[in-house]
Write a protein that binds this ligand. Structure first.
Ligand code: BG6
Length: 473
């Protein structure tokens, strides 16, 4: 990969920090949501998570020993502004300052995500959080505070993590806070507010740090038509417009895909977009530096008859293969499992070439550099009696994806960084602690554990990948 390329790994505040009610931090929507029985796997919470808040020095030292070049992490809004706005929590600012300094000490480039799904609960109570346009100014104020605070130290910034996922789970499937079900009208309006928060933050960023790099991270699932029957080709187009381009077009072009907007307008659920909004979205789109991509899997698009499957079905959160259900939009598309591919224990298809496909699609459609901000395998791991973790399956998964990434680079995609998900094991929002992603095993389950860290086989393997700049995969 090019000399400037960064080999990295990623995390999110709620999933690793713990110390949920310490050091002046305000309560977040997730701190509240996990208290609702049945919402998370075995009622798991991020109250302690993997205790990164207290062990960050140990974790960063492990990164340094591995040779990690960039570490992507998120800042918990409620640690900085416990009420979402107003008084700053200096202890929170100090924590992130120390974390960033710790990374810099070892030459690890910090990559900061402003929002990885945890909004201060106070804002939810005050005006409904993302449901109100008021959130835009509060978000921009929070973002601007951080830009000023960490200017000169942090070059790479991600505004919003997987807007498509947290809004879908929050307002359509009720699986994330605020737990609303099938509220399509609000879903699109919320998304519009998030787009504006992203866009206005980008504008503020470029005033403060013109030389910095900023973008959003999108959970991109490229799609394949079931076969060459035109009916499925159309299903693929509808899927892409509604499920992929709806977000990426706004980030990169500052406008919604027209056919999708028209469809939603007819349905009466399109967001209200003012001319002033359009201008802001366009201005920001012209300024973003990269497209952030969280890549896990591809989708198949098949025509879904009007009496076909609906958008809501069981999701596999237990790791018992085959328990996920096919969903879709009647009259447009559905997403059956790809029979050409293997799946993980959580029914996610394993498709390394999909990563290359994603990079090429973004390169031709948007002509933007790419940061792979997440990619990884969630799996059950076993700690042996001699405290080793033989995760050959993870090595195989990652090496095949890296191979495809390198091909994409050779084929003309400008890829700036590759962050695996994740560095240490962490809390999977809906799947508890048993779905592990890290290079570093953390001894804990849904109930608790020693929280000791152990290097997995993949840790040593990635160290070599970095050392050889991807030659040894
Ligand atoms: C992404 C998120 O959706 O995928 C992460 O940005 C998340 O926060 C990761 O943990 C893996 O998903 P899951 O559901 O397996 O934890």
């Amino acid at each position: 990969m090019p000399d400037t390329f960064l080999w990295g790994s990623a995390s999110a505040a709620y999933q690793i920090e713990g110390a949920a009610q310490e050091a002046g931090k305000g309560i977040s929507n997730w701190d509240e949501f996990v208290k609702i029985p049945g919402k998370t796997f075995k009622e798991s919470t991020g109250e302690v998570a993997v205790d990164h808040y207290h062990r960050y020095k140990e974790d960063v030292a492990l990164m340094a020993e591995m040779g990690l070049q960039t570490y992507r992490f998120s800042i918990a809004w409620a640690r900085i502004f416990p009420k979402g706005h107003g008084e700053v929590n200096l202890e929170g600012v100090q924590f992130y300052t120390e974390l960033i300094d710790e990374c810099l000490k070892y030459g690890i480039e910090p990559m900061v995500t402003l929002y990885h799904w945890d909004i201060p609960q106070a804002l939810v109570e005050e005006y409904g959080g993302w449901e109100s346009p008021k959130v835009v100014e509060d978000f921009v104020h929070y973002a601007t505070f951080l830009f000023n605070q960490f200017k000169g130290k942090v070059k790479y910034w991600i505004t919003i993590n997987e807007q498509n996922i947290f809004t879908t789970f929050g307002w359509l499937t009720a699986m994330h806070p605020p737990g609303k079900f099938d509220d399509e009208k609000m879903y699109y309006q919320v998304n519009h507010h998030v787009f504006l928060a992203h866009a206005k933050s980008v504008l503020a960023f470029k005033e403060i740090m013109p030389e910095g790099k900023i973008g959003a991270s999108f959970a991109y699932s490229p799609s394949y038509a079931l076969n060459s029957d035109p009916i499925h080709a159309m299903a693929k187009m509808d899927f892409d417009n509604l499920k992929n381009f709806w977000w990426m077009d706004v980030y990169a072009y500052g406008r919604y895909p027209k056919n999708a907007y028209h469809y939603l307008e007819q349905k009466g659920v399109a967001p209200i977009v003012t001319e002033a909004d359009q201008t802001i979205l366009k201005q920001a789109a012209a300024l973003i530096d990269f497209m952030g991509v969280n890549y896990y899997q591809t989708s198949v698009a098949e025509y879904n008859p009007i009496d076909g499957v609906g958008p809501y079905g069981e999701m596999n959160t237990t790791g018992k293969k085959g328990t996920g259900q096919v969903t879709g939009i009647p009259g447009l598309y559905k997403n059956p499992t790809n029979t050409h591919l293997k799946t993980t224990d959580w029914d996610w298809v394993i498709d390394p070439s999909g990563l290359r496909y994603a990079c090429k699609e973004i390169t031709s459609r948007y002509d933007l550099p790419i940061v792979i901000s997440e990619n990884g395998l969630g799996a059950f791991d076993t700690l042996t009696d001699t405290q080793e973790i033989h995760d050959a399956y993870r090595i195989e998964y990652l090496s095949k994806h890296i191979e495809e990434l390198m091909k994409a680079s050779e084929e003309g995609c400008e890829i700036w960084a590759y962050c695996t998900w994740s560095f240490t094991d962490l809390l999977s929002w809906l799947n508890g602690y048993q779905k592990r992603y890290g290079f570093v095993y953390v001894d804990r389950d849904e109930v608790g554990g020693s929280l000791n860290r152990y290097k997995k086989d993949s840790y040593y393997w990635y160290k070599e990948v970095i050392e050889t700049n991807g030659q040894s995969i």
